[in-house]
Design a protein around this ligand. Structure first.
Ligand SMILES: O=C(O)C1=C[C@@H](OP(=O)(O)O)[C@@H](O)[C@H](O)C1
Ligand SMILES: C=C(OP(=O)(O)O)C(=O)O
Length: 456
């Protein structure tokens, strides 16, 4: 099982000495890749993922599906394609569904998508599937998925915490039906049940009964991708009851899916344009998307930049001025760390609301952001459901990242403007963006007179 080593590696965050002017090709979306893998594994015929994200979270998902019997072949196709291959060039994964079986062991790492999306898949397997992961995965909420699966007919051995590690004793099929859940701690509970829903005997009707529901765009992403795979899904938006989703039992199609760039991982690069008063273009930015990262266009525009979507992609331009914001981020919580970093460099205060559930992400993101920005001289306080950020002149120092990829990219953004920021364990970005340091220095290579903060 994955260890939690003590991380002492320090990465000197490069200081920008001028305005960035760069084009950054951002790798595929974690959320789209992992949904596409699950749907392809549950389909009744082989399918393709093109330009999948290759990162810790997606490799864990692929490995887990393989352990349950699914074939996943990694290929690099030529631009013309071939008889058995997908059209177009680049990396592609061929997914060959098979009868799901145990015994098998799944390492979820600290991937919310793996720990939540796969127990419903395991309930369809023949035999026991054991789930384990990083120490932090034991603390992340999973009860919504476990309780719901039990109510739908699954047999699960867990522990008194209702969390990992656990074993799903798959019986080869699941009855399914109607279930109530409280998904206020994670939208992934809803997505998890919907994704496997077509394969339950009666399909599934998920009724969210909690107070709030975070990350709605991610639920829309689940619904969209299910429909594209041939499933029938009724939603509140399609005339159904509020907070109720229904998936009818059906076969799923094997598809040829092109994975969009990860727009949440575009955040630090767009932030670089804002912070340095420069310009960054992200190619292949989709015209229409369910990804929450699309909201960056509006959020960063409100913070002082402007953007334009053209054939070349999304070009974001900063003016050199950064304005604080008062924003409810409950729909787009995963953008918070980079937005908080930009807010710490602004010329006015910011309040970020609606994100209490971030305390249960890769780390307690509200506590970590407040502590680390304050240790550089900042003035950030935690509120009941977010952060209040008063910009102060910051100084260099070590920015701890708590094995959280988004803490590391947030630190790099601050390091653009503050000399001597050292990012602990920048390699933690491998969760969703293994090439981050290279992409970052590549982007800065186009800054006139780019400097690197000295190693202390
Ligand atoms: O379904 C998904 O792919 C995700 C949903 C969100 O989870 P929460 O609703 O738990 O915040 C998001 O933060 C996470 O990064 C990815
Ligand atoms: C919350 C996140 O990840 P996970 O999929 O592990 O929940 C994230 O990527 O910001």
């Amino acid at each position: 099982m994955t260890e939690n080593p003590a991380h002492t590696d320090l990465w000197p965050a490069p200081l920008a000495t001028g305005a960035v002017d760069a084009t950054v090709t951002v790798p595929g979306s974690k959320s789209v890749t992992n949904r596409a893998l699950v749907l392809a594994a549950l389909a009744s015929e082989p399918g393709w993922l093109r330009r999948p994200l290759r990162s810790r979270d997606t490799l864990l998902m692929a490995e887990a599906l393989r352990a349950m019997g699914v074939g996943i072949e990694e290929t690099v196709s030529s631009s013309s394609g071939d008889a058995d291959g997908p059209a177009g060039s680049g990396e592609a994964w061929r997914v060959i569904p098979a009868r799901l079986r145990g015994p098998a062991t799944v390492d979820v790492g600290n991937a919310g998508t793996v720990m939540r999306f796969l127990p419903p898949v395991a309930s369809l397997a023949d035999g026991p599937i054991r789930f384990d992961g990083d120490p932090r995965s034991y603390e992340r909420p999973l009860h919504g998925v476990i309780d719901a699966l039990r109510a739908l007919g699954a047999r699960i051995d867990d522990n008194e915490r209702g969390a990992l590690p656990l074993t799903v004793h798959g019986g080869g099929a699941l009855e399914g039906g109607t279930v109530e859940i409280d998904a206020s701690s994670s939208s992934q509970f809803v997505s998890a049940l919907l994704l496997s829903g077509p394969r339950f005997n009666q399909g599934v009707e998920v009724r969210h009964v909690g107070s709030v529901l975070p990350s709605m765009p991610h639920i829309r992403m689940t619904v969209d991708m299910l429909r594209q795979a041939g499933a029938q899904v009724d939603t509140p938006e399609s005339g159904g009851e509020p907070n109720v989703w229904r998936v009818s039992p059906s076969a799923l199609l094997g598809r040829d899916v092109v994975i969009e760039p990860d727009l949440s991982n575009a955040a630090p690069f767009l932030a670089a344009a804002l912070v340095t008063g420069g310009r960054v273009t992200v190619p292949d930015w989709p015209e229409r998307t369910t990804q929450p990262g699309d909201a960056l266009r509006e959020i960063f525009t409100a913070m002082g930049g402007s953007c334009e979507l053209t054939e070349a992609g999304l070009t974001f331009t900063g003016t050199g001025r950064i304005i604080g914001i008062d924003a409810d981020l409950h729909e787009v919580g995963e953008l918070t760390p980079v937005i908080a970093a930009v807010a710490a460099l602004a010329d006015s205060e910011s309040t970020l609301r609606g994100i209490a559930h971030l305390r249960l992400h890769e780390t307690d993101r509200l506590a970590a952001l407040a502590k680390e920005i304050n240790e550089l001289g900042g003035d950030v306080t935690e509120t009941e459901d977010g952060l209040h950020i008063r910009p102060r002149p910051l100084h260099g120092g070590v920015f701890h990242t708590y094995e959280d990829h988004r803490l590391a990219t947030a630190a790099a953004v601050i390091g653009l403007a503050v000399d001597g920021v050292q990012v602990e364990n920048v390699a933690t970005t491998a969760k969703t963006l293994p090439d981050f340091p290279e992409l970052w220095t590549g982007m800065l290579g186009t800054v006139a007179g780019a400097a690197t903060a000295p190693r202390v």
